[in-house]
Design a protein around this ligand. Structure first.
Ligand code: DIG
Ligand code: MN
Ligand code: MN
Length: 389
């Protein structure tokens, strides 16, 4: 592969320990790859040019580790970070693997489970901050139901809100420089997961006590699972000043969570996403929350990780090309042409404007006549992506 698509720290490409460390287990098959230690993963990520490594508490420290084991693991992890120069931009809590969370964590009916989830998250936040994290992700993988018979969904949202209010107050009480990023998903592993899309999360954030420190972590695969346009979700988050983090991967619509290599399935939507992130100057982490096909060995896993990075960098270059393409840009100028005739009615409301607009006579037929040349524009974008422009 050509070497002009090499990552640099400014790209802020990150991977979770669980991504390249995925051993290929699925609901119908045992692991196909032997586990890698966090240290081995740090070196693998450094080798492929990542900027940072993220983790769930138990990706690093097993849930039943003794304090001596915990200290040894953290010490070795810190040494590997020091040796490779990798950072830890984001941390999160595993509130989904242990059987105690089978009815949820913050939304479990059992108050003991809800309290344990708070305790586990406070300890995980402490660890994340100790290792340098400034973003803390909450993915409520078990916050949901298979039947609504056992739980009032409003009660569940109340519990979720109480947990996040408690934890944001904890962060402030500790004086941590940490922001929360809530990650939605419509289903899996629960039949239905609460707060299932970016839109639902953005509305929920507005009900929190410390909403200023809470944003979203949209994931490509999760909006696609719901059949939604991921770019539109990201644009709404960005517009709200709430795009605190992003999980990049890919996914066929209407399937289980495939967590494919970035751009592996929907190249065109990946292109318009990268173009948006670059055009608006998103300077957050570009986190590849994805894993290699179960068919792969560890050389294949490195191919997967390099592929995520290369595809992003190639699409970043294509976005620059799109913005510099004279035929595309002149067509866009035509499409966005404005003769200024509506200027008197634009901007802030006034009674005079409303009165004048109500008097304005529109020639509906004339206005509806011209086409929009979107076919020509989209074909130009396709041909740019196909490398013939
Ligand atoms: C799944 O998409 C979730 C978990 O992998 C993790 O909690 C979060 C962090 O990106 N994404
Ligand atoms: Mn996912
Ligand atoms: Mn994710």
């Amino acid at each position: 592969m050509s070497d002009c698509y090499q990552p640099c720290p400014e790209n802020k490409f990150t991977f979770g320990l669980w991504t390249v460390g995925n051993v290929g287990r699925d609901p119908f098959g045992e692991p196909v790859r032997s586990p890698l230690s966090p240290i081995e993963i740090v070196h693998l990520l450094a080798d492929i040019g990542a900027y940072g490594v993220n983790f769930h508490d138990n990706d690093l420290v097993p849930i039943d580790a003794t304090s001596a084991e915990r200290n040894q693991i953290i010490g070795a992890f810190k040494a590997a970070l020091q040796e490779t120069g990798l950072t830890v931009p984001m941390a999160t809590t595993n509130l989904f693997t242990d059987p105690i969370f089978r009815d949820g964590a913050f939304t479990a009916n059992d108050p003991k489970v809800r309290a344990y989830a708070l305790q586990k998250t406070m300890n995980a936040i402490d660890l994340g901050v100790e290792l340098g994290a400034q973003i803390y992700v909450f993915w409520g993988g078990r916050e949901g139901v298979e039947t609504d018979a056992g739980k009032n969904p409003q009660e569940a949202l109340k519990w979720f809100r109480e947990a996040l209010n408690f934890l944001s107050s904890y962060v402030q009480d500790q004086g941590y420089n940490l922001k929360f990023a809530l990650e939605p998903k419509p289903n899996e592993p629960r039949g239905d997961i609460y707060l299932s899309t970016v839109g639902a999360m953005l509305a929920f954030i507005e009900t929190l006590d410390h909403k200023e420190m809470v944003g979203v972590n949209p994931e490509v695969a999760h909006e696609h699972m719901a059949g939604l346009n991921f770019l539109h979700a990201v644009a709404q988050a960005w517009d709200a000043g709430k795009l605190f983090h992003i999980d990049l991967n890919d996914q066929a619509f209407g399937r289980y969570d495939q967590d494919f290599r970035f751009g592996a399935h929907n190249l065109k939507s990946a292109f318009f996403l990268v173009k948006f992130l670059e055009d608006v100057g998103y300077d957050g982490n570009r986190h590849f929350d994805a894993h290699a096909y179960r068919s792969e060995d560890y050389e294949g896993v490195k191919d997967f990780a390099r592929g995520c990075i290369r595809t992003y960098l190639i699409l970043q270059e294509k976005a620059k090309q799109f913005n510099a393409d004279t035929e595309i840009q002149s067509l866009l100028a035509e499409i966005h042409a404005d003769d200024g005739a509506m200027a008197p009615y634009q901007g802030a409301y006034s009674t005079a404007k409303a009165t004048a607009l109500k008097q304005h006579v529109f020639d509906r037929r004339a206005i509806s006549q011209p086409g929009h040349a979107y076919e020509r524009l989209d074909q130009l974008a396709i041909e740019l992506l196909l490398g013939v422009r």
